[in-house]
Design a protein around this ligand. Structure first.
Ligand code: SAM
Length: 473
């Protein structure tokens, strides 16, 4: 919805809301002009590579400088057409704005303080930028529940998490108070809150169009509601990383001060090298950090690490009132041959794989949160004419836990791989490709499944994931 307000201040290219410009001039009297001018510049483009995917596969994008605060982040000098890069679909990298990768800095401080197998929640996770970063850092030893409240966005999140391939991920579609009501608790919660989006003004005209002083004030109120709702789900002694992509102090500094004063949090310092250009903000309760458009190669962002020292909201929402139902899953002997290091469970008629070291905690989370995805979808077993028929899940070959060779694999050149991703059935397979289920890969990166019966090929790449544009360049 477009909100009517005055647009009187004309910058070189972008027209910014007058009230926003006035506030920035008050916030930063010394360098407001540089700040506002930078918003009219070109946005930076960056990607983050995936440690769960074969590192030898060549990425067909020309990497620029490294992102200083994130070891697997790189700027790109040119914008490629990502849709036509098979590695993009296979989860080899995630296109993520560089400032958002600052979660990496907070995680480098938090990770050594977490228990050996932490349970983490990314509360506002779609489309999945921060959740995939969390998985890169914590997914080897701990669980990451990636949650998104908006249903349609939750399915996109599920797609991106499935493609990232970390076996210890769970994807849910819950409201914050439903998660708290379920009784599960977390060692770490990240809240990348819905916000007024001022930090996106450089790359997103809609963020400018939708901004108003009232919308920004409403965001601050909603953020406190979200934080209040999820606070009971954070263990005492657990950590919360709060971030927004706005410059508004009411959504940033005032909210972390409020968490300290009202919720019983303390702020933990991050150690940020000065050369990064990230500004330290002194709040009345401790340090927070801000990315400003004229100081860093990235968009606007605010981040603060907090710890729950005491539980000041002892009342937990009543599970029965919220109507949360526990689901049943049980251990299964079927499907174990397709993965490494996973225990297999039957959830309805679906086989799912959970990392053996995390299986007991992940089954509890799965029962309590009825997720859209838990661990590795392996496939379904259905009885047909008295025999059990196994159909592998499209997500199975994308997982890092997939056992290589358990389903024969064919490596296709770029154009054929794009045809597969487009959903085509007339693929040119090698002459010696066997009948039955086949994993399709490109440059050693697994993309999905087809089934060959004689001359017929069925493409099992999910319809919602398929490339919609014309792939013939
Ligand atoms: N963390 C994501 C990433 O890195 O890709 C971006 C998250 S975006 C800034 C904020 C998300 O919060 C949106 O996906 C939005 O749908 C969700 N959201 C909106 N209202 C919410 C609420 N009341 N409680 C929880 N999440 C909410």
């Amino acid at each position: 919805m477009r909100i009517a307000h005055s647009f009187l201040t004309i910058m070189p290219e972008k027209i910014l809301p007058e009230a926003f410009v006035a506030r920035i001039k008050g916030q930063r009297p010394d360098d407001a002009d540089d700040f506002l001018r930078a918003i009219s510049g070109d946005p930076w483009l960056s990607i983050r590579t995936n440690p769960f995917k074969p590192q030898e596969s060549h990425l067909p994008v020309a990497m620029g400088d490294a992102v200083p605060w994130c070891s697997d982040g790189n700027y790109l000098n040119d914008r490629p057409l990502f849709t036509l890069i098979p590695q993009f679909h296979g989860g080899a990298f995630y296109v993520q704005e560089a400032s958002s990768m600052s979660l990496s800095v907070a995680l480098s401080v938090v990770t050594p303080l977490l228990p050996p197998h932490p349970t983490c929640l990314d509360l506002c996770a779609a489309p999945g930028g921060k959740a995939t970063l969390l998985l890169s850092r914590i997914g080897q030893q701990g669980i990451v529940v990636a949650n998104e409240v908006v249903r349609q966005r939750a399915w996109i999140l599920r797609e991106n998490i499935a493609k990232w391939g970390a076996p210890s991920a769970i994807v849910t579609n819950k409201k914050p108070d439903e998660i708290a009501a379920s009784g599960v608790t977390f060692d770490l919660i990240t809240v990348d809150a819905p916000c007024s989006g001022e930090g996106m003004f450089r790359k997103d005209q809609t963020a400018i169009d939708e901004w108003s002083p009232k919308a920004a004030a409403d965001c601050a109120t909603r953020q406190r509601e979200i934080l209040t709702s999820i606070w009971p789900a954070l263990k005492t002694g657990g950590f919360l990383i709060y971030s927004t992509c706005t410059y508004n102090p009411d959504e940033n500094e005032r909210n972390v001060e409020w968490m300290v004063n009202e919720l019983g949090a303390e702020i933990i310092k991050l150690h940020i090298p000065e050369g990064f250009g990230i500004e330290t903000l002194q709040t009345s309760t401790g340090e927070a950090y801000a990315f400003y458009p004229h100081k860093v190669k990235g968009e606007g962002l605010f981040i603060c690490l907090l710890r729950k020292v005491e539980d000041t909201i002892p009342q937990r929402p009543d599970t029965k009132k919220k109507g949360l139902q526990r689901i049943e899953i049980k251990e299964s002997k079927q499907g174990t041959e397709y993965t490494n290091g996973l225990k297999v469970y039957l959830k309805g008629d679906e086989l799912i794989g959970l990392p053996a070291t995390l299986a007991s905690a992940m089954t509890e989370l799965t029962k309590a949160l009825s997720p859209l995805m838990a661990g590795v979808p392996i496939g379904t077993v259905l009885k047909k004419n008295g025999t059990s028929v196994f159909t592998p899940a499209p997500e199975l070959p994308l997982s890092a836990a997939f056992k290589s060779g358990s389903i024969p694999e064919v490596n296709l050149p770029e154009q054929q791989a794009l045809k597969f991703l487009h959903g085509d059935s007339d693929l040119l397979l090698p002459d010696d490709a066997p009948d039955g289920w086949l994993v399709i890969s490109h440059e050693g990166l697994r993309l999905g499944l087809v089934k060959v019966i004689g001359k017929r090929l069925n493409n099992y790449y999910p319809k919602e994931w398929r490339i919609k544009m014309n792939i013939n360049r």
